[in-house]
Ligand binder design. Structure first.
Ligand SMILES: [Zn+2]
Length: 241
């Protein structure tokens, strides 16, 4: 039920409905204008000429009014819709003989009311059409902008995903490098320890260390002949053998 109500509301408030009502008043004014012009032209033309001229003039005037109304934003003066609305009101007033003062006052009032109503309707709908049309253009522009922003957002997301994956790979590489560095540091520490005397001196080879130990005060076996192979790890000795 709510869908039907909203569909009706959308139809009533749509640009299409405004155009439909505007066209109804234009078509009505075609007949009214023709009737008025015919009354004038027939006094100086043959009936068929007056009839044809009245139709052509009525169509020309109403088309002009419609085109001007639709393109009023291109004119410097915003009073054109008011001018044409007043003109259409007077066309109706002349056509329905509203200026004939011999009629009862009530008849004259009714005719003037119809003229004023047509005048007001023409003005209101011409204004409404222009504003509604501009709203539709803005809405279309906004939809295009939203689509563009969505596409840009998708591209940004793809770029961010790519950067995240690259960052993850770089993080794994850095962890591997750090582990290798720790292993290298440990290896370096062990190698230095092998050529370091108890007194703290570091030598470039185990042979120089062995030579130093023979005279080192920190060595409890100082003075004894020391083999250079004493400081070589047993596994290395086995390999050498
Ligand atoms: Zn020493």
């Amino acid at each position: 039920m709510s869908k039907i109500v909203s569909a009706i509301a959308n139809t009533i408030t749509s640009l299409g409905m405004v155009i439909f009502v505007l066209l109804m008043t234009v078509v009505t004014m075609l007949f009214v204008g023709h009737g008025l012009y015919y009354q004038v032209f027939v006094k100086c033309m043959s009936p068929w000429q007056a009839d044809m001229a009245a139709w052509i003039l009525s169509c020309g005037i109403e088309t002009t009014v419609l085109v001007i109304t639709a393109n009023v934003k291109y004119f410097s003066s915003k009073q054109l819709p008011i001018f044409f609305a007043i003109c259409s009101g007077f066309i109706v007033l002349f056509f329905i003989d509203a200026f004939n003062t011999t009629q009862p006052i009530l008849d004259i009032a009714v005719r003037w009311f119809i003229g004023a109503m047509v005048c007001g309707l023409n003005y209101v709908y011409s204004e409404l059409f222009v504003k509604k049309f501009n709203d539709e253009l803005q809405a279309t522009d906004m939809i295009k902008q939203i689509e563009t922003l969505k596409q840009e957002n998708e591209e940004y997301n793809r770029t961010i995903s790519l950067i995240k994956s690259e960052l993850s790979v770089a993080k794994e590489d850095s962890v591997k490098l750090l582990n290798q560095l720790v292993e290298l540091e440990e290896f370096k520490r062990r190698e230095i320890e092998k050529v370091t005397c108890k007194c703290g001196q570091v030598f470039t080879s185990i042979y120089k260390l062995a030579a130093h130990k023979a005279t080192c005060s920190s060595n409890p076996n100082k003075g004894q002949k020391v083999s250079a192979f004493d400081d070589v790890p047993s596994n290395r000795i086995r390999v050498m053998k």
